[in-house]
Design a protein around this ligand. Structure first.
Ligand code: AMP
Ligand code: ZN
Length: 142
């Protein structure tokens, strides 16, 4: 399956292409995982297929295994920080999706509180991100 160009500039396609910056924690032939720029918690990461698809149901069955494997890999890396985390997919505008390139969130949990609630988020700073990527054992490339 070839690369599909997004209908309009897609920030995650730009990251995959190396034209936009990201703090990568994991990469393989089909998948990229990087830190969320407005993290709910320290180590909040996103796992995206390199091929642009909007929705989970747009993945080809042949892609399921690699993508799920990369989500598991993201979870494994987050377990270096904590055994408690949420894995989430916002699918569609009403569900809170704002970037229309498929991505799973892996959100470490360190204390009580619903990370999907109205938690204020501040932009990730580069210096801090470097330490987080290191704590996640990244950047891992396979
Ligand atoms: P969603 O609401 O599921 O579409 O989440 C999109 C996520 O992407 C949000 O948590 C944003 O903070 C995050 N995000 C947007 N732009 C970037 C970027 N350039 N680098 C990293 N994360 C981003
Ligand atoms: Zn895209």
């Amino acid at each position: 399956m070839g690369t599909v160009t997004a209908p309009e500039p897609c920030i995650f396609c730009e990251i995959v292409a190396g034209r936009a910056p990201a703090h990568v924690v994991y990469e393989d032939a089909a998948t990229l995982a990087f830190l969320d720029i407005f993290p709910f918690t320290r180590g909040h990461l996103l796992v995206v297929p390199k091929r642009h698809v909007d929705r989970l149901v747009d993945l080809a069955p042949a892609e399921y295994s690699a993508f799920l494997g990369a989500v598991v890999q993201g979870c494994r890396q987050v377990e270096r920080l904590t055994r408690d985390y949420n894995v989430g997919l916002n699918q569609g505008r009403l569900a809170g999706q704002i970037v229309f390139h498929l991505h799973f969130h892996v959100i470490p949990r360190y204390n009580d509180g619903n990370p999907f609630g109205q938690t204020p988020r501040t932009r990730l700073e580069s210096g801090e991100a470097t330490g987080i990527v290191r704590d996640l054992g990244g950047p891992l490339r396979r």
